[in-house]
Design a protein around this ligand. Structure first.
Ligand SMILES: *[C@@H]1O[C@H](CO)[C@@H](O)[C@H](O)[C@H]1NC(C)=O
Ligand SMILES: *[C@@H]1O[C@H](CO)[C@@H](O)[C@H](O)[C@H]1NC(C)=O
Ligand SMILES: *[C@@H]1O[C@H](CO)[C@@H](O)[C@H](O)[C@H]1NC(C)=O
Ligand SMILES: *[C@@H]1O[C@H](CO)[C@@H](O)[C@H](O)[C@H]1NC(C)=O
Length: 499
């Protein structure tokens, strides 16, 4: 982009004789160049291209839509990423943050598996908050445009949170309509410059008074705490080691900071209509937490109770009943669930250990008689690739084992998927307070909606009810989710109880 650079030199030297001469001499090409620039400008604006921060992209985009300011409401946006289990854990953290900061939570859609990645906190190699917010914004709009938008609240049942009157939520689509100040219908036709309002929300051009506070603290520098009696700003126990500091030439220090003090009532952030977090991913690490360390608050009954309520958020009833129907009508007997993660990342190298664990579990069950043993298998390894693996052996040994698998195209899964879309819990539970009913118009204008892929959620439900036990893949977040569902005793005939 050398538009300004090339036209500036003759203008700068306007008064000097030499350049006057130059100017006259080159006036034709300069004129051509200038009008060329304006044509380019015109092209850029009409094709709403993403322009890296240049002088003219920032000035008029750094304004909040009056539509959002006039509401007098305060919102919390964040950037979910990675796989579903990760997005769900971020969603829970977001509910907690929204409650602490008394802000209306923007409920995101479910992002495609690993469409947006964070990187590794322990290695201090993560995407900057602004960048991840912008990628998430782009991906969310893409989901809308190609008819694949499914709200997190369409899948996960947040109705139990209604008892907390101070928890408010808004659907991302409604929020985008308010934030960008455009007709939502235009989101699908892409005729407005939605990239600009995405940039603004991401904080790529900085904070804007009363409008936006973009949180730039991430897991490299900050562990958020809340009213835990610690000194605010104390060093965390986990710090980058000297080797890393040298190698990367970084001077990161991780501090533990009270989120209410930093971003609550007495802070600058409080005045902004929108508080925009990056990732809200956290996990225990080396005796600390990577980003959020809020587990209990002594002396505050309400937040302790909220933390308990969000530990387990069930799937919506349509998904739960599909899982139960599969058990009652198809499996029809006590069964074991084997969740075998075999392809992604680290799991590729652990086939032997994973299959050995399954074999041992099945041997134990076989000792108790009752053949064939019913086994529900959920795995990312397609059946056509089972050749030579223990799974093929199981499938062949029909005297001892009867295997069950669900597929995305099974009638039961498709039927449940349709129901989930028709009911649309997401918009019901979130948009009434602010909502234009226009979301429905918007849906009509967009590409016709495809059925969401809800196979994973039904499989998890089935596994949570496996009465002969559950065998998960070590280190898989899906296995963790299922263990959690089992702990909360989703199935009435199970004797475990919520703790
Ligand atoms: C929370 O925000 C609402 C407005 O959105 C306000 O009416 C209420 O007083 C706030 N509550 C607290 C505890 O600050
Ligand atoms: C490391 O960063 C500092 C500034 O943060 C800079 O002055 C210095 O030159 C850098 N060193 C190397 C080896 O890149
Ligand atoms: C897995 O087991 C097979 C046969 O038991 C063996 O040939 C193979 O080397 C093992 N693979 C790994 C990665 O240990
Ligand atoms: C699965 O099978 C297909 C062909 O049937 C093959 O191209 C692919 O590499 C296999 N994948 C694995 C993980 O074995």
């Amino acid at each position: 982009m050398n538009i300004f650079g090339s036209s500036r030199s003759p203008i700068n030297g306007w008064n000097s004789k030499k350049s006057k001469f130059l100017h006259r001499r080159f006036s034709l090409p300069v004129f051509a160049l200038l009008s060329g620039s304006f044509f380019l400008l015109y092209l850029f604006s009409s094709y709403s291209s993403f322009m890296p921060s240049t002088a003219f992209s920032t000035s008029n985009s750094r304004k909040c839509s009056s539509r959002i300011l006039d509401l007098g409401e305060r919102f919390l946006f964040y950037a979910p990423h990675s796989g579903f289990s990760n997005q769900l854990s971020e969603f829970k953290n977001a509910i907690l943050m929204a409650w602490i900061l008394n802000r209306t939570l923007v409920v995101p859609p479910i992002l495609d598996h690993h469409a947006v990645a964070l990187g590794s906190c322990p290695k201090f190699r993560v995407t900057d908050p602004g960048e991840i917010r912008f990628s998430v914004w782009e991906h969310m709009l893409e989901l809308l445009r190609n008819g694949r938008y499914v709200s997190m609240a369409d899948i996960v049942d947040i109705s139990s949170l209604a008892s907390y009157s101070s928890i408010k939520a808004i659907d991302f689509r409604t929020f985008a309509y308010l934030w960008c100040g455009v007709d939502l219908e235009s989101v699908c036709s892409n005729e407005y410059n939605l990239k600009q309002c995405g940039r603004l929300l991401a904080g790529l051009d900085g904070n804007v008074d009363k409008c936006l506070h973009a949180v730039d603290e991430d897991c490299r520098t900050t562990v958020w705490t809340y009213k835990n009696g610690e000194v605010d700003g104390a060093l965390d126990v986990f710090q980058p080691n000297e080797q890393l500091k040298k190698k990367k030439n970084v001077s990161y220090v991780r501090r533990r900071r009270d989120v209410y003090r930093a971003l609550g009532p007495d802070s600058k952030a409080e005045l902004a209509a929108v508080l925009s977090f990056g990732s809200l991913f956290t996990a225990p690490y080396k005796g600390s937490e990577l980003y959020i360390d809020i587990h209990e608050v002594s002396g505050d009954q309400r937040i302790s109770s909220l933390i308990k309520s969000i530990e387990y958020l069930p799937f919506v009833p349509e998904i739960l009943s599909a899982g139960k129907e599969y058990i009652d009508k198809i499996i029809k007997a006590p069964f074991l669930c084997a969740q075998l993660r075999l392809l992604d990342g680290q799991f590729k190298n652990h086939w032997n250990a994973t299959f050995l664990a399954l074999e041992q579990k099945l041997d134990l069950i076989l000792q108790d008689g009752n053949e064939p043993v019913h086994v529900f298998v959920m795995t990312d390894l397609p059946e056509s690739n089972w050749t030579g693996s223990y799974l093929r052996h199981l499938a062949r040994d029909s005297n001892h084992f009867k295997l069950f698998l669900l597929k995305e195209h099974d009638e039961l899964v498709q039927r449940a998927s349709k129901k989930v879309m028709v009911v649309g819990h997401g918009l019901r539970s979130t948009s009434s307070a602010f909502g234009p009913s226009r979301i429905h118009d918007m849906k009509n204008k967009c590409t016709s909606e495809r059925l969401p892929d809800i196979l994973l959620y039904i499989e998890e439900t089935v596994c949570s009810c496996a009465s002969l036990g559950f065998l998960g893949t070590a280190g898989s977040t899906i296995a963790e989710s299922i263990e959690l569902m089992r702990k909360y005793g989703l199935c009435s005939d199970q004797n475990s109880t919520p703790s």
